[in-house]
Design a protein around this ligand. Structure first.
Ligand code: ATP
Ligand code: MG
Length: 399
């Protein structure tokens, strides 16, 4: 975070040395005032993108048509955006055109919330044209300007308001909240990929229960697959105990559990979840089902990753308060007691079994390798060539 600020400040200084006004802007200023670690530290300037590219040798075009140039500072990359206004939004998600302007105030006016419409200059002076500092002090999320107009321009802002409420435990100001309720349906103009980004952030937030409750109260959730189901909305209290443990996929896994695991496919398709996310969801659903009936067996430790077992342990205790959560130490003990961690550690292979059997290879080899693997995990036979040969010759003949 130090390096991000230092990089942004040195870029700001360099722009000023060339005679252009430059400020640090948006979320980073909000987070500075809140004492939070900023996500990214963005610079805004009156200099146009071509000039920014001339001043800094190493840049990347990330959104030059919107006025954004990525300056590749050795400490940290920094997004530098030219002051701009936005014209009409006929599709409820993107401006039809952007215009570069010389006025910082004009640039701040297009931003979503007063707390995000702050800038700080190189003297450390905060520029606050829309009472953002006061709203931060009172912990309020308020649109810059008329909320209905602002949400009609870009419907994603409604979901951003909910996401910030979940991250910061701020209230959404009344008129702003009323406008979300009124325009909730227009969230359907927004691509599911962008909706997913915000839902991921709600899952990872400090107060996911606030976010989930607001999604329901504003009716935004009506327009979201699976999240709109009764089971999900009647069981929102669970989110109070939920913690995504640093992985947003666990949020999707939790949604899947609460919705009864019958609509996993709808969840995956509806939000375009990745294969990795899908695997996480399925593994956790399987593990929770096991844990609801019994304690972990050696085979469970062997099959599931530590992360899956930990998440399943945690989610089971949220969903079934009568099931006590096992201490981490006991789970780790379960892993330590495993004689092998994976099949590759088994000291014999299929050819050994074929040799000892005196028969030709065939589908039976794979079956016997599986049986051997399980027997080793259950400590019925040691992972030792001689022991395995004796075991195999005994069992294979008696089969
Ligand atoms: P985070 O901590 O999640 O990065 P942030 O406030 O920095 O929060 P970004 O999405 O990084 O959010 O956007 C940076 C800034 O750009 C915001 O602070 C806000 O001023 C402006 N902004 C972003 N998205 C919108 C939007 N949809 N409408 C208006 N202004 C926006
Ligand atoms: Mg940001």
């Amino acid at each position: 975070s130090e390096r991000k600020w230092a990089a942004a400040q040195s870029i700001q200084d360099e722009l000023e040395r060339h005679g252009y006004e430059a400020v640090i802007v948006g979320g980073a200023v909000r987070d500075l005032l809140l004492g939070r670690d900023p996500g990214d530290v963005d610079v805004a300037t009156e200099a146009e993108p071509q000039i920014v590219k001339q001043i800094f040798q190493k840049t990347a075009d990330v959104g030059i048509e919107h006025g954004t140039v990525m300056v590749l500072h050795p400490d940290h990359p920094v997004e530098v955006t030219t002051y701009r206004t936005e014209s009409s939004y006929s599709d409820h998600r993107r401006p039809d055109e952007v215009h570069f302007v010389k006025s910082l105030k004009e640039d701040l006016k297009r931003r979503d919330f007063t707390m995000n419409a702050l800038a700080i200059n190189s003297d450390g002076h905060v520029m606050d044209y829309f009472s953002g500092k006061e709203d931060i002090h009172h912990q309020i999320i308020r649109c810059v300007g008329n909320p209905e107009e602002r949400f009609s321009e870009d419907a994603l802002r409604m979901l951003r308001a909910v996401r910030f409420a979940a991250q910061l435990n701020f209230d959404i100001e009344n008129e702003t909240l009323r406008a979300i309720r009124k325009l909730a349906q227009s969230i359907t103009f927004i691509a599911v990929e962008r909706i997913k980004v915000e839902l991921d952030k709600i899952f990872l937030s400090k107060y996911p229960e606030i976010g989930m409750r607001l999604l329901k109260e504003t009716s935004l959730t009506l327009h979201f697959p699976v999240l709109n189901s009764d089971r999900v909305n009647e069981n929102l209290q669970h989110w109070r105990h939920f913690n995504a443990l640093g992985n947003s996929a666990y949020g999707w896994a939790f949604v899947n559990l609460i919705s009864g695991c019958k609509r996993t496919e709808d969840l995956v398709r509806g939000y375009k979840l990745s294969n990795a996310e899908k695997r996480t969801i399925q593994a956790i659903a399987n593990a929770v089902q096991i844990r609801q009936q019994s304690f972990w067996s050696p085979m469970n430790y062997y099959h599931f990753s530590k992360e899956t077992i930990r998440a399943a342990e945690f989610f089971t205790s949220i969903l079934n308060p009568s099931i006590q959560r096992m201490p981490d130490e006991i789970l780790l003990e379960g892993y330590r007691n495993l004689p092998i961690q994976s099949r590759s550690e088994i000291v014999v292979n299929g050819n050994d079994l074929i040799g000892w059997s005196g028969q030709r290879g065939g589908p039976w080899v794979k079956q016997w390798l599986n049986r051997l693997e399980e027997s080793i995990v259950l400590k019925e036979v040691q992972n030792d060539r001689e022991e395995i040969r004796d075991w195999f010759q005994r069992e294979f003949i008696n089969k």
